[in-house]
Design a protein around this ligand. Structure first.
Ligand SMILES: Nc1nc2c(ncn2[C@@H]2O[C@H](COP(=O)(O)OP(=O)(O)OP(=O)(O)O)[C@@H](O)[C@H]2O)c(=O)[nH]1
Ligand SMILES: [Mg+2]
Length: 234
């Protein structure tokens, strides 16, 4: 299986230099970045290291996923966000799961042996929200093994699966949409326990309340049975 590694960035110049050298670029046949319109030198940093950088017409991670899929040559595509949350050491493991037959491979912050960035405190609103959405999605759609982290962006997907999922969400909810649709279609979703790190600078663009409402809406739309239009994704 040909492997494509995609680096997703939006204004990550504070964290990116601290993560970049730890990305195992030789674990993929091709590596490129999709940038959401950074204006802090992120794009220049990547280009100076001879990485191809694709821009987006519209901002948002959903759009970034679709731009990546349009340009990827591989059948297995892993998405990595270099803000410090994700452990680059898990990239080969995600590719291996796809190679072993998974349609989607998710780095889980909730599986046994995993660690969530909020586990340092007793107050874990994002983790609890994640678990609630995960419980709803698994109960409503999943007939396979329980998926512990339905929303993590650190994941890989097979091109053939992505085309069937046809995710049309714009922003952070794209990963949740992909997981719900994979469950509905009975695709093979595998998980890799991961250790989530703290952000290494820069700013989050995912504020909890608006993002939560968008997630509720996505769940509602899937419950209503809005079927993915095959092939409409890319
Ligand atoms: N290509 C692309 N990447 C984006 C876009 N928006 C955010 N990202 C990247 O997606 C990753 C996740 O976004 P974050 O803002 O860190 O969201 P989060 O991980 O939920 O929030 P934190 O816990 O604060 O890190 C980061 O690496 C961002 O740079 C976008 O529009 N396009
Ligand atoms: Mg982050």
């Amino acid at each position: 299986m040909k492997r494509t590694l995609v680096i997703l960035t939006y204004n990550e110049i504070e964290a990116l230099p601290r993560v970049f050298d730890r990305i195992p670029k030789d674990s993929a046949h091709e590596v490129f970045a999709v940038d959401g319109g950074s204006h802090d030198g992120t794009r220049q940093f990547l280009e100076a290291r001879r990485l191809r950088v694709f821009g987006q017409e519209r901002r948002g991670r959903g759009e970034a996923f679709r731009v990546a899929m349009r340009n990827a040559a591989g059948e297995g595509v892993v998405f990595f966000s270099p803000d410090g949350n994700e452990d680059p050491g898990d990239i080969p493991g995600l590719f291996d799961l796809l190679d072993a037959g998974a349609d989607m491979a998710v780095a889980s912050r909730m599986a046994a042996g995993a660690f969530n960035e909020e586990d340092v405190s007793w107050w874990r609103p994002r983790k609890w929200g994640n678990m609630a959405f995960g419980l709803a999605a698994n109960t409503a759609f999943n007939r396979g093994p329980y998926v512990t982290d339905t929303i993590n962006g650190f994941r890989g997907v097979r091109r053939s699966a992505f085309e069937r999922l046809a995710p049309d969400a714009d922003g952070f909810v794209i990963e949740f949409q992909m997981t719900m649709r994979a469950m509905k279609l009975g695709l093979h979703v595998a998980e890799l326990p991961t250790r989530e790190g703290q952000r290494l600078g820069g700013h989050s663009t995912a504020s909890s309340l608006p993002t939560g409402l968008v997630f509720l809406r996505a769940l509602y739309l899937e419950l209503r049975g809005k079927a993915p239009a095959p092939g409409a994704a890319i």
